[in-house]
Design a protein around this ligand. Structure first.
Ligand code: IDP
Ligand code: MG
Length: 139
């Protein structure tokens, strides 16, 4: 995937609370173009693979349970400096530490249930986008 793209998920809590529209509005208003998007649900095996880097962390089981409990919105976003700018838009992992106006400050309940995912590097954006989308689903 190109380096001006990043990958996001609106996590199950965002879908459950009816925040899909509001969060997508924040994303597109910040200048991100949606080039792939779908409502989908991860299986336990999917979540264990997607978050494999965290498998030794104490919260891994909780994370997999959370991320598989309902549908998510997966999307690939395009903008100059996409990975870094999107991490800025979503805010810190812990909403208590997230800057005012960020998506996590506005919509996240806790460090675990934190509303959105954002890739942390161009390399991971490419891996994560390809995990969720076939080539013909990406525009
Ligand atoms: P990030 O999503 O901001 O990149 P990571 O450290 O990569 O944060 O953690 C991945 C996800 O794991 C977080 O978004 C959150 O859902 C969950 N998580 C991270 N730290 C904790 C924790 O201390 N307790 C419970 N869940 C956590
Ligand atoms: Mg991360």
């Amino acid at each position: 995937m190109r380096t001006d793209r990043t990958f996001t998920m609106l996590k199950p809590d965002s879908v459950e609370k009816g925040h899909i529209g509001a969060i997508l509005e924040k994303i597109t208003s910040a200048g991100f173009k949606i080039v792939a998007m779908k409502l989908t649900q991860m299986t336990t095996a999917d979540a264990e693979e997607f978050y494999a880097i965290h498998k030794e962390r104490p919260f891994f089981g909780e994370l997999v349970t959370y991320m598989t409990r309902g549908p998510i919105v997966a999307a690939i976003l395009e903008k100059d400096n996409a990975v870094e700018d999107f991490r800025t838009l979503i805010g810190a992992t812990n909403p208590d530490e997230a800057a005012e106006g960020t998506i996590r400050k506005l919509y996240a309940a806790s460090i675990g249930e934190n509303a959105v995912h954002g890739s942390d590097s161009d390399e991971n954006a490419a891996i994560e986008g390809a995990f969720h989308f076939a080539g013909r689903e990406i525009f």
